[in-house]
Write a protein that binds this ligand. Structure first.
Ligand code: AMP
Ligand code: GLY
Length: 416
């Protein structure tokens, strides 16, 4: 098979790496010149992914990021008869519109924070007062993970409302969601969905704040573990029963079968798990430790979800745990310098590596060198017989890698 992965971050490198390990796959191509992905031997797809897939005999397209999903790439691929993994645009609204997701959850009895949506600042400011000040202000649309402000008091919340309406988050900020502020540890439970069933993956946990001890600004994610130390199979089953399967059932009833990855971002509150958000794709960096843990061929599962039926059994996972430490630029999540050469990357395609893989995210080729091309640069991802061993191996693995301004958290996967 020839598989095309759309996207070029750490998530897509992890997917391409896992797909390349499938005995059914001859070639994995990519739409972005991520040197780690290109090392796997595929082609660089330029232009429209649909036209390229048709011209190059692609058997399956796997869409990584939310943007092309919301824009209807999977709808177009399906209409042209090209098998594609990912939801159609109407299903991707669960991520692309927070007010759609919140109304859907209320309508289907899925536990989430109290909320209201506002198209004007006056209503949003009143909602902040109604919440008693401490609340969460969210831009309604896609904002690259940055459109959420967790406000400690009314002054911060009012300022956040003004910021969103001032257009700081682009078109995504034309509408504001004001939400009750919940407390508790966070958890990501992702499931493969075939339109009828949600089959959960191993639970994972992102580390969203920039600095050790969960301090500093929110980021796209500074590291991830799988499974978290405090989460067992009962909790995953509860999330499947109370959240994931009801979403798939509810979407099917609305005439929009959900195929692809459904990602529930949860807060484990004293009253039970509550949904903070849905994503309609693999999480990044969560996908990186998940791909190291998955102990079966991913490709038949992607095909089953896209055009068939998923098997009626739990998926197979390696014992132990995996830990991904993101190496970012010093300035991340702000901009900052790019183009610095990266030294000490593992040679080759890492296809046979099982216990330590360096996934590339914000990197680019520059002649024979690999240079920094984004804020999150690498995801150093390791397996171990337990979380302590996994994180030790990940931190050992990143010791030999250097670039100017490189930064990372030292507490990914550490005991709370
Ligand atoms: P989201 O993009 O909606 O997942 O929000 C990003 C982050 O903001 C989450 O991972 C949480 O840390 C925080 N957050 C979002 N919603 C809430 C909420 N209702 N209460 C407390 N924290 C929240
Ligand atoms: N790591 C969080 C996300 O992918 O949205």
């Amino acid at each position: 098979m020839h598989v095309l992965v759309v996207g070029g971050g750490g998530r897509e490198h992890a997917l391409a790496w896992k797909i390349a390990g499938s005995p059914r796959v001859a070639k994995v191509s990519t739409t972005v010149a991520n040197p780690g992905m290109l090392a796997l031997g595929g082609q660089l797809a330029s232009g429209d992914p649909l036209a390229w897939a048709q011209a190059n005999g692609v058997d399956l397209v796997v869409v990584g990021p939310e943007g092309p999903l919301a824009e209807g790439l999977v709808d177009r691929l399906q209409a042209a008869g090209v098998p594609a993994f990912g939801p159609v645009a109407a299903a991707a609204r669960l991520e692309a519109s927070k007010s759609f997701a919140k109304a859907f959850m209320d309508g289907h009895g899925i536990p989430t924070a109290r909320w209201s949506a506002h198209d004007d600042a006056v209503g949003a400011h009143a909602a902040v007062e109604g919440m008693g000040g401490a609340c969460v202000v969210k831009a309604d649309g896609l904002a690259a993970g940055k459109g959420v402000i967790v406000a400690a008091d009314a002054a911060q919340a009012h300022a956040a409302v003004d910021e969103v309406f001032d257009g700081r988050f682009g078109a995504g900020g034309a509408r504001v969601v004001v939400e009750e502020r919940l407390v508790g540890p966070e958890l990501s439970v992702l499931a493969l969905c075939d339109g009828e069933r949600a089959v959960p993956l191993m639970p994972a946990r992102d580390h969203k704040r920039r600095f050790d001890g969960d301090l500093g600004p929110n980021t796209g994610g500074m590291g991830a573990v799988c499974p978290p130390r405090d989460v067992g199979p009962e909790l995953v089953e509860q999330v499947r029963r109370e959240v994931l399967q009801p979403v798939v059932d509810g979407m099917a009833r609305q005439g929009v079968p959900f195929r692809g990855v459904l990602y529930a971002g949860l807060m484990l509150t004293a009253d039970g798990p509550r949904v903070l958000e849905f994503n309609t794709r693999f999480g990044d960096p969560e996908c990186q430790p998940l791909m190291l843990m998955l102990d079966e061929d991913l490709v038949p599962l992607l095909l089953d979800a896209a055009v068939g039926r998923l098997p009626d059994r739990p998926l197979r996972w390696r014992p132990g745990a995996a830990c991904c430490v993101v190496v970012s630029t010093g300035a991340y999540p702000d901009g900052g310098p790019r183009g610095m050469p990266i030294h000490g990357l593992p040679a080759g395609d890492q296809r046979d590596a099982r216990d330590l893989v360096v996934f590339q995210a914000g990197t680019a080729p520059d002649g024979d060198r690999v240079v920094v091309a984004g804020g999150r640069v690498l995801g150093v991802t390791a397996w171990g017989p337990d979380m302590d061993a996994a994180r030790r191996r990940a931190y050992q693995g990143l010791r030999g890698i250097h670039f100017d301004t490189a930064a990372y958290r030292t507490d990914i996967g550490a005991r709370a």
